[in-house]
Design a protein around this ligand. Structure first.
Ligand code: SAM
Length: 229
């Protein structure tokens, strides 16, 4: 498969008829992928810069999946004594029950089902997402960037994959060795092919009318976009 243009095929995890127990298993393995590939590091680094000396913040995680990023953020805030009002929204109605099952009640994370666009009337300090941008069409991604820029008072962060040949070649090997679900292996490889390259982001930001955002590659294979006001 050539990686010179983004792949357009649909991922199996997005199928509407995927049984709830299969999605839960896929999301749990995806949370392991996130741990092994140090996916939380760039988001937490962004939060540290964005939150600064504030003693509280309200954050929305779009497409929370298993909820692992929100749990990492909850621990991060607890350690710093910062009050974090954490909300996640995911289109898939089977994501919230899976995330709740993996979340200790003490974390008090508000997992919701639906499209992020329904949350424009609420006050957000920070909007983040991880592995979500590549699930969107071009038009959907431009709308999403506009939403974040219009609604995140302090800043926003897109944490996604980098369309890179080495990652595309290596991920299925890692997934096989780790014994991750076959949907994670197939979708993960496709996700890399569906994701972006650094030079592709500035035109998206320009089309969305956004200035002041920074595109950054993060080791090993993440491509992140950050804006802090
Ligand atoms: C690959 S999963 C990522 C899960 C998790 N963030 C992670 O990093 O493992 C992408 C998730 O985004 C959700 N999603 C896609 N478009 C969305 C939208 N417009 N609003 C809310 N959730 C969305 C999907 O339902 C899916 O659960």
């Amino acid at each position: 498969m050539t990686l010179s243009v983004r792949a357009q095929a649909e991922e199996r995890m997005d199928a509407e008829d995927l049984p709830a127990d299969v999605l839960a298993a896929v999301l749990a393995d995806l949370a392991q992928v996130n741990t092994v590939t140090m996916a939380a590091r760039p988001t937490l680094g962004f939060l540290k810069r964005a939150v600064g000396d504030r003693r509280s913040f309200r954050l929305l995680d779009v497409g929370f999946g298993d909820g692992d990023m929100l749990r990492r953020i909850a621990r991060w805030a607890q350690r710093r004594g910062v009050a974090a009002d954490l909300v996640g929204i995911d289109l898939n109605p089977n994501a919230a029950p899976a995330a709740r099952a993996h979340t200790p009640p003490a974390f008090d994370i508000d997992y919701r089902t639906g499209d992020y666009a329904a949350l424009a009337d609420e006050p957000w300090d920070v909007v983040v997402s991880s592995l979500v941008a590549h699930h969107m069409s071009h038009a959907q991604l431009v709308d999403f960037v506009r939403f974040m820029d219009a609604n995140a008072r302090v800043g926003w962060f897109v944490n996604d994959l980098h369309r890179h040949g080495f990652a595309h070649w290596g991920f299925p090997i890692l997934a096989t060795v780790a014994g991750w679900h076959e949907i994670v292996r197939a979708d993960g490889t496709l996700s890399i092919a569906r994701s972006y390259r650094p030079a592709e982001w500035p035109p998206i930001l320009a089309e969305a009318g956004v200035t002041g955002a920074v595109v950054q590659r993060v080791f090993p294979f993440r491509l992140c976009v950050a804006k802090i006001r």
